[in-house]
Design a binder for this molecule. Structure first.
Ligand code: BGC
Length: 414
């Protein structure tokens, strides 16, 4: 029996198990192309390679993923979808309804996902009761980032109300500092808008307006106040904001060219990738008001032919939810692990705050899906709202006109 070496045992096994030993392969479509994002996705590529996988990268630049989703539709229409795609929120179920998503329940059950994922977030990963996506993280959307030196030298504290924010911005403007770094792309306008809806209206109003699409909420005085504040914020951005990518807006805060940015915590990934330290170089605080807007990145696997591709999908799903990846990836990405059993010891004060608030908000019913990042609504409804938000931000449309257009656009999109 001694003659039967480990190597030959492995090859006999490989022969008998046949296809199960195919080399795992994956073509992965994502939109993680900024500094912090690229560092984060590299963690997955390395873990995949370490397990014998071969990865074909399919990055589609463009924050928020609009360009990636257009590329995905083109690939899927031509009958040749990537094996794994960064996909989130109700878009997962929309693709499932097209009959093109693979069932990854085998991996999810073998790895005990149900025991380590918060139930509310796990629901987004299910299609007709089975697992159809693997969650990567929890990004919080309602954050303000600030340049610590600028605030200090102008005698400004991190604002805790929108009034305080406006007062700080006026002071900065008078001192010749751009108050708000912003990129004029519709998803960035939507990102700011939803934090104002939450902040001025409160969690219940946010739910009614941007999750339930309640007409009364959409046309309410509160919504008019939200558009009033959007008009005020428009006065705080620099002249070159149109079309700017979000990470360039983050760089403005980093380099002292602007004081604040309202953006999800992928912005922190940029600060950290540039060696900046929270609490020293930059500050983080939730946008004024209560509640937590979550944005969970996840990957869905598309139905593909070939054992190697299927092996690749199973391996990716296993790694993505695995504790080691969840820690390293999220340290780079700015988000927190979606698994509840990963220690946050190595994470910074912003991540700790995110995690504490998430737990408290989950208890209070104020842990809410981000509409701007595709967690709350189907594509048509979300797109209808964003069109109005952007049209308002880039014109002199009144708040009255904006709420009318908002209600009409939502009604037309149903
Ligand atoms: C994604 C993040 C990404 C950001 C900017 C968000 O929608 O969830 O992972 O970093 O867009 O591209």
């Amino acid at each position: 029996m001694k003659l039967f070496t480990a190597a030959s045992a492995a090859s006999v096994l490989a022969m008998t198990a046949g296809a199960a030993f195919a080399e795992p392969k994956a073509e992965v479509m994502h939109w993680w192309t900024s500094g912090g994002e690229a560092k984060s996705v590299a963690v997955l590529q390395e873990e995949f390679a370490a397990r014998g996988g071969s990865w074909t990268d399919m990055p589609v630049a463009g924050g928020g993923g609009d360009a990636a989703m257009t590329a995905l539709r083109a690939r899927a229409l031509s009958g040749n979808p990537p094996t794994a795609v960064q996909l989130k929120g109700p878009a997962i179920q929309e693709w499932y309804e097209e009959g093109v998503l693979a069932d990854i329940s085998d991996v999810a059950e073998a790895q005990g996902w149900a025991d380590v994922l918060p139930a509310q977030l796990a629901e987004h990963m299910k299609c007709d009761g089975h697992w159809c996506a693997a969650p990567v993280n929890v990004h919080r959307v309602n954050w303000i980032w600030a340049n610590a030196d600028i605030l200090e030298s102008n005698g400004i504290e991190m604002p805790t109300t929108w009034e305080e924010f406006n007062a700080a911005a006026e002071k900065l403007k008078a001192a010749g500092v751009t108050p708000l770094a912003h990129g004029g792309q519709s998803w960035q306008d939507a990102t700011v808008f939803e934090t104002v809806v939450l902040g001025l209206g409160g969690p219940e109003f946010y739910q009614q307006a941007l999750v339930d699409l309640d007409e009364e909420a959409l046309t309410s005085d509160t919504m008019k106040q939200v558009f009033d504040e959007m008009r005020v914020l428009r006065g705080y951005v620099d002249d070159n904001f149109s079309g700017r990518e979000w990470n360039l807006a983050t760089a403005m805060v980093m380099n002292g060219e602007a004081a604040f940015q309202i953006m999800g915590d992928w912005a922190k990934g940029e600060f950290v990738a540039a060696g900046k330290v929270p609490g020293e170089d930059f500050l983080c605080a939730p946008t004024p008001g209560e509640g937590y807007l979550y944005n969970v990145d996840s990957f869905a696997m598309f139905e593909v032919e070939g054992e190697d591709a299927k092996e690749g999908q199973a391996l990716l799903a296993e790694l993505i939810v695995g504790p080691s990846f969840q820690e390293t990836f999220n340290l780079n990405k700015g988000s927190i692990p979606v698994r509840t059993d990963v220690s946050l010891d190595k994470f910074d004060m912003c991540a700790q705050k995110s995690s504490e608030d998430m737990q408290a908000d989950a208890q209070n019913g104020s842990l809410l899906p981000s509409y701007a990042h595709g967690m709350a609504l189907r594509g048509a409804q979300a797109g209808a709202i964003t069109d109005v938000v952007t049209a308002h931000f880039n014109s002199d449309m009144s708040s009255e006109e904006a709420v009318e257009q908002l209600a009409a656009a939502v009604a037309n999109s149903m």
